[in-house]
Ligand binder design. Sequence first.
Ligand code: KG4
Ligand code: ZN
Length: 422
Amino acid sequence: MGSGLILGIESSCDETAAAVVERGAWTRSSIVASQIATHAAYGGVVPELASREHLRNVVPMTRAALAQAGCGLGDLDAIAVTSGPGLAGALLVGLTYAKALAFARGIPLIAVNHLEGHIHAVLLQNRELERQRLTSHPSHKNNNVARVGHPDSANDEGGLPMPALALVVSGGHTHLFLARPPVAGAEIGHWRYTLVGRTLDDAAGEAFDKVAKLLGLGYPGGPWIDQLAQFGDPKAVPFGFAQIKNKAHLEGKAARTKGAVTAPIGDLDRHFLFSFSGIKTAVLRYVEVNRLRASCEARQRALMATPNPRWQDALTLCDKQTLDLIASFQHAVVGNLLRKTFAAAEAVGAASVLATGGVAANRELRVRFTAEAAERGLPVAFPTLSLSTDNAAMIAAAAWPRFLAGEFAGLDLEANPRLTLA
Ligand code: KG4
Ligand code: ZN
């Protein structure tokens, strides 16, 4: 084996990212070019513009990642690239570039599922913490996560007992997977994933983005709501989530989300199915009934007229009722994610919980998940904030077990906008 260095390339949505990761466990560099400024004016990702931005950024991002890692193309063992799910045109840019590099250098190309990447963001971070601890205190293992003996704990990944129940929650996805490491003792092998739950309609991040847009806040909405929620009363508006009904009418139903189409919904326990379109409508109804529409539009105009608006600018434009609405919305969404995730973890006998994807950057989510996990004696882990949102380090990390297994993609690899993980 060579250097153990894998170059990751990610272009599935609105971030162009490149990273160099050593042996799936050490981030040598990770560079992300965000397209927020391009899409903000439209209040959502414009696929055509996203592809053009990726085309503009993919070479400079890769150059920067190689420079920061202190290596050249000749030092790489493989190129890893997101092949789906995501926007077709956006995926094609990263994929075509990765293929060209692999072809020109004569090194393997590895296809990575974006959702698997989000899960490996947590594993990568835990391995890095473990390595740092072992380097500074060789006798100490990772105590980043609470260590609790668990009968089903088949393995231990950087201090996180396995199997793990993974909540992947972002702008395009809300999925629960049971993640199992390669069979213990075997040198090579694959992570195995079982789909435990998913959203029937909107992704949680989509709800954050749509509610923020309705309230005249910036794009993407999650970080704005996260910041403003701390100034409101989370109990002021009692939002509820309807029970997902008996599954008969769901048999064969396809998900409406931008993300992957997965196993038939009828096969899943309805307690682990999510639905976020209702709360979005409830917020809209609250705005109409309480005659907040004009103030939302005024806030949007004021922020549009502000150069580089920040959440602090929005705070001065929100009255108490609006701040209470924001806090109540976030509290309800986080509560729903929390209840279903921990119930699913218990039902499938997971030895730990991990939450990842853009929405996992949310502070209320982290605080409440941490508290719930402590109460249940179940270890929980999150990626750092920069590893929560889209990045390429997670793609290069997820590629490492595939590299060891010699699982390489052909140069006829296609983009699959609806790629499934399980
Ligand atoms: O993982 P990501 O960067 O891209 C996708 O794969 O979708 O996630 C982006 C999503 C957006 O919907 C954004 O509003 C949401 O993550 N998000 C947050 C926060 N930061 C980003 N949602 C809630 N709180 C946050 N702090
Ligand atoms: Zn993502």
